[in-house]
Design a binder for this molecule. Structure first.
Ligand code: NAD
Length: 488
């Protein structure tokens, strides 16, 4: 293939359809910018409905008889394993690509890349274990059995904050179950998904099994969601977009898996190891400059440890080193693009108007590299009625509030439209189990935060999502169940 495979300045990326690089139908491209420097990094194809048509047709053709759907499940597993190996072999390049594209720290990306092959290997191991069962109905004269079948063409739409991991969370189980896929990455981070598709071809996946169309949400994502030949849509992104996608999918009776926004609470009880909890709060909200769906952005500290926690969090927040994400010493990189930095700044200003006090941070900066950074920010004198406490900011901003009783804090933590994740800091095991059971959150961490594995299913509750990703459970989202009755 003559197309560029590394991310160099002003590389031009076309769509990846049917195993080939394809010019956008409208002939248009858009720029993608390095948020750490503000410089244009590459150009990507501006996809439209015509490109989506091509990609879905390629995916459909690859799925159809005799094709991908009929490949042995063992062989599917081998291909997934090989793709995991290729991701590992190309980890340095992929880490650098994503770090430059969305501003994530290079060392954080290296960490992500170290575990990413596990996702492919996990689903490689599951590929030959998808099967139905015989069902003992009351009629002994008939044999009833079930079969788990692939769905067809799956659309995967992803956001910009963790493109490789989030694409893999959809791609690996969808392929494991025998589907073909059309990926539409975020317009802010188009490159790594294209490179992943190229690696899938190299791994031996037949052309058309993995396709990528880049472009904007309404122009490229919309036509994918609405495509009549789409069998399922798997989406990660904001709750607002997820709601539109869910409506479109429901209207056409296709399934949707939706991983959406969050405003996750972290609860620090009076019996917590406070220094440890303070570090957990810091990592929970400031990692990736706060641009993670699971950011623990609402912190409730028992009144007896509130001042100590505040002091520790603020002291550390002030010392966080902001700068070039490629520098090993940097602890906080930029927001992924300028509008996101402005959104964060507007929220902090709104917080001030609502009566919040900024204990540390509270200002944008260019990070010394000409990029779009925002200082790690701690807000106090806040409560659940304020928009800074209720709405997802998706930046390095944490609101810290005191509480007095367990019942009170469970109520406060659950008083949100979201239900993605929660953290509990306590040395009391009974309390840990009790409160974990009472929180309306799909993932609860106790004395840790952010732990994740392809083996562990995760689901957003309430406005944080529908359906399960990861684990064996997600295979059900990518298969349909057929019941066969045979009169013996
Ligand atoms: P977004 O909803 O703006 O965009 C996500 C994707 O959807 C992009 O690829 C975008 O181009 C596309 N899109 C936008 N409008 C569309 C439309 N009308 N039809 C089809 N596609 C459309 O979200 P974002 O700003 O890129 O990402 C941040 C959000 O993602 C946050 O809310 C965050 O919490 C959420 N997120 C959730 C999880 C999770 O696992 N729950 C993980 C990461 C991010």
């Amino acid at each position: 293939m003559s197309e560029p495979t590394t991310l160099t300045t002003l590389t031009t990326w076309k769509h990846f359809i049917g195993g080939r690089w394809v010019e956008p139908a409208a002939g248009e491209y858009f720029d993608s910018t390095d948020p750490a420097t503000g410089r244009t990094l590459y150009r990507a194809a501006r996809g439209t409905a015509a490109d989506i048509d091509k990609a879905v047709a390629a995916a459909r053709a690859a799925f159809e008889d005799p094709g991908w759907r009929d490949l042995s499940q063992t062989r599917r597993g081998h291909l997934l394993r090989r793709l995991g190996e290729l991701v590992a072999e190309n980890a340095d390049e992929l880490a650098l690509m994503e770090s430059r594209d969305n501003g994530k720290l290079l060392r954080e990306m290296r960490g992500q890349l170290a575990s990413l092959p596990e996702y492919f290997h996990y689903y490689a191991g599951l590929a030959d274990k998808i099967h139905g069962e015989t069902v003992p109905t009351s009629d002994r004269a008939v044999l009833n059995y079930t079969a788990r079948e692939p769905l067809g063409v799956v659309g995967a739409i992803t956001p910009w904050n963790s493109p490789l991991t989030l694409t893999t969370s959809k791609l690996a189980p969808a392929l494991c179950a025998g589907n073909t896929v059309v990926v539409k990455p975020s317009e802010y981070t188009s490159a790594s998904g294209l490179r992943l598709a190229e690696l899938a071809l190299e791994a031996g996946f037949p052309p058309g099994v993995v396709n990528v169309v880049t472009g904007y949400g309404a122009e490229a994502g919309g036509p994918l969601v609405d495509h009549e030949d789409l069998a399922k849509i798997s989406f990660t992104g904001s709750t607002a977009t997820g709601s539109k996608i869910a409506a479109s999918a429901a209207g056409r009776f296709i399934g949707s898996t939706l991983e959406l926004g969050g405003k996750s609470p972290q609860i620090v009880f009076e019996d917590a190891d406070v220094p440890n909890a303070a570090m957990g709060v810091i990592a929970g909200v400031f990692a990736a400059a706060g641009q993670t769906c699971i950011a623990g952005s609402r912190v409730f500290a028992h009144r007896s440890v509130y001042e100590e926690l505040l002091e520790r969090v603020c002291e550390r927040a002030k010392s966080i080193r902001i700068g070039d994400p490629l520098d090993e010493a940097t602890e906080l990189g930029p927001l992924a693009f300028e509008a996101q930095r402005d959104k964060v700044a507007a929220y902090v200003d709104l917080g001030r108007e609502e009566g919040a006090r900024v204990l540390t941070g509270g200002a944008p900066t260019d990070g010394g590299t000409g990029g779009c950074f925002y200082e790690p920010t701690v807000l106090v004198d806040v409560d659940n009625s304020m928009r800074v406490v209720r709405e997802e900011i998706f930046g390095p901003v944490v609101a810290i509030m005191p509480f007095d009783t367990e019942d009170e804090v469970v109520g406060l933590a659950n008083d949100t439209e979201y239900g993605l994740a929660a953290g509990i800091w306590t040395t009391n095991l009974s309390r840990a189990h009790r409160v974990a059971g009472r929180l309306d959150a799909g993932t609860v961490w106790v004395n840790t935060y952010r732990a994740m594995s392809p083996m562990s299913p995760r689901q957003g509750f309430k406005a944080s999502g529908v359906g399960v990703e990861h684990g064996t459970e997600t295979i059900k989202e990518y298969t349909r169940l057929k019941s066969v009755w045979i009169n013996t």
